[in-house]
Design a protein around this ligand. Structure first.
Ligand code: HEM
Length: 527
């Protein structure tokens, strides 16, 4: 007993000593590296773009915003009179592009230089090494992007139309039953669509184990990725130190990531064995594997893509749908105008289909304007330069993390007068047709731009058109008949822009529209 206790004490004191030595060496190495970096900064190959003055050694580490970052960067752009804003934090170089022209030139025309991603040191610890959206530029990223391109290219997206129609109709049925739970219906649609298209997996409720695993995993990821969230982000060597807070969370995250893969895959294999599988990307691959064979590497790629898509699609889609409802409720005249367009084009009531997209320019303009005003990822995802570059007389060092500030570029008063006002008509010509401003910056830029943008665009358009056709959404009224204002809050935490839930009345436009929605129950109501 005594020997065991002594052995325990000895091993814990050995660990403590190892930990202290590692931490001390790391700190010294880092201080030297930061000092060298400081010297290099002042002897760089040209002036760096303007930005807040860096402090000795730590640079702008104390100024990097975590909450509402895109707005803070726009303020700096105004303060320094420059669309380019440059910061440095603990050796990390950061460039923010606040104008569309800069993003177009650097991230699109010079995409070869700007197509890398910053290294995320906690990626493998978290079990997120499947997520190719965060991969550095290189062969692994290219292989994953090729697989996803096959599944998500414009010519392939019509495959998903029947399932998108069914899921949107399911959401409308949910709104008939429990309109006050709009936020849950929107989450259900945003989550169930990628799981169905990738695995043929039908989510039954928001308590589905695959959904819970993904939700909890994303929450842990947010905590660890957040600035100051984990010291491993700053001192990668700490990855190897056991029994830390990060290690404990990372272990749980790895378990959840494994569950996220296992649950839908097992469901798919069972459905295939029973002959009940619905078409899906992983399902198609598994069939090919069973008939003509496929390597383990090919299987790894396909499963990685399926899980990346799930993570990339759910939060972004939900953000856009929630903004759509908020903007329609707060702009009733826009709703009425769109409904008049739908009634005029349809003649008699019927549910919208994808074939209607070209005939409803005002509905299209609403989609464009929602994405302009509230881009779901206001700073997109950071790119990284693979070599030195020069632009507008400034030097942009190799290894700089470059973010396109979509929030700021969409508020450029020269391109969009009254930029904070929701005005779908800014996309409409005098003759009622759509103008040529169809580049939706919300999907990002260049080679790293959103690969799912065609699927996302179809989904968001259909949801907007069907919601407008079937329902009216209005502010609630108090007992005196006065309108109750909605919560106008937004929170930009980490990468995603989140709309605070609003309370409103969502009612069918008439008994005819209600009957049309009810008629979709035959398609199969999943929740
Ligand atoms: C409203 C919906 C969506 C928005 C606003 C959105 C936006 C974005 C943005 C801004 C990026 C980063 C682009 C950059 O680095 O310049 C991105 C990347 C990505 N998106 Fe989306 N996205 C949406 C939906 C989807 C969907 C539905 C899918 C899949 C079906 C998807 C898959 C991806 C993937 C895989 C990447 C990483 C691309 C890479 O690094 O190569 N996204 N998205």
């Amino acid at each position: 007993m005594l020997t065991e206790t002594i052995a325990d004490l000895t091993s814990s004191s050995t660990i403590a000593v190892t930990y202290t030595i590692t931490a001390t060496i790391t700190t010294i190495v880092l201080l030297i590296a930061l000092h060298i970096n400081n010297i290099r900064r002042s002897t760089s190959k040209g002036p760096l773009p303007p930005g807040p003055k860096p402090r000795y050694l730590i640079g702008n580490a104390l100024e990097i915003p975590f909450l509402n970052a895109s707005r803070r960067y726009l303020e700096w752009a105004t303060e320094f009179g420059s669309s380019l804003v440059y910061l440095e934090a603990l050796g990390n170089k950061i460039l923010i592009l606040n104008s569309y022209e800069d993003a177009e030139e650097l991230l699109e025309s010079r995409t070869r230089i700007y197509c890398d991603r910053p290294v995320v040191h906690t990626l493998d610890m978290l079990g997120w090494d499947y997520n190719f959206a965060l991969y550095p530029y290189g062969e692994q990223w290219r292989a994953h992007r090729r697989v996803s391109h096959q599944a998500l290219k414009p010519e392939a997206t019509h495959k998903y139309h029947p399932i998108q129609l069914k899921k949107v109709h399911n959401m409308m049925l949910g709104l008939l039953d429990t309109p006050e739970r709009f936020w849950e219906h929107s989450k259900m649609l945003s989550i169930s669509l990628p799981l169905t298209t990738m695995y043929g997996y039908e989510v039954q409720s928001l308590d589905d184990p695959a959904v819970l695993a993904a939700d909890k995993g994303a929450e842990i990821g947010q905590r660890i990725f957040a600035p100051g969230g984990s010291l491993v982000n700053v001192f990668p060597v700490l990855k190897h130190v056991p029994w830390t807070w990060t290690q404990r969370l990372a272990k749980e995250s790895r378990r959840l990531a494994a569950e996220m893969k296992r649950i839908p895959l097992e469901g798919l294999l069972k459905d295939m064995a029973n002959g009940t599988a619905t078409p899906s990307m992983v399902g198609e691959f598994m069939e090919r594997k069973q008939t003509v064979g496929a390597s383990e590497e090919e299987e790894r790629l396909v499963i990685n893509v399926a899980n990346t898509v799930y993570g990339a699609a759910a939060g972004t889609t939900m953000s856009a749908i929630n903004s759509t409802l908020y903007l329609l409720v707060t702009h009733p005249h826009v709703q009425l105008f769109a409904q008049a367009e739908i009634d005029r084009v349809f003649g008699t009531p019927r549910l919208p289909t994808f074939d209607d997209r070209g005939s409803l320019p005002y509905v299209e303009a609403i989609y464009r304007e929602v994405m302009r005003l509230y881009p779901p990822l206001p700073l997109a995802l950071p790119h990284k330069t693979v070599e030195d570059d020069w632009y507008k007389g400034y030097f942009i060092p190799k290894g700089t993390n470059v973010s396109g500030n979509i929030w700021a570029m969409n508020r450029d008063v020269k391109r969009y007068p009254e930029p904070d006002t929701f005005k779908p008509e800014r996309f409409i010509n005098i003759d009622g047709s759509l103008n040529k401003d169809d580049k939706i910056t919300a999907y990002g830029f260049g080679r790293r731009g959103c690969i799912g943008k065609h699927v996302a665009s179809d989904m968001l358009w259909l949801t907007t058109a069907t919601l407008l056709a079937c329902f009216s959404a209005r502010k609630k009224r108090d007992s005196q008949g006065n309108e109750i204002d909605v919560d106008h809050g937004y929170k930009e935490e980490g990468f995603v822009l989140l709309k605070a839930p609003i309370e409103c009345d969502i009612t069918p436009r008439s008994e005819v529209w209600k009957a049309l929605v009810e008629g979709t129950k035959d398609e199969g109501y999943a929740y």
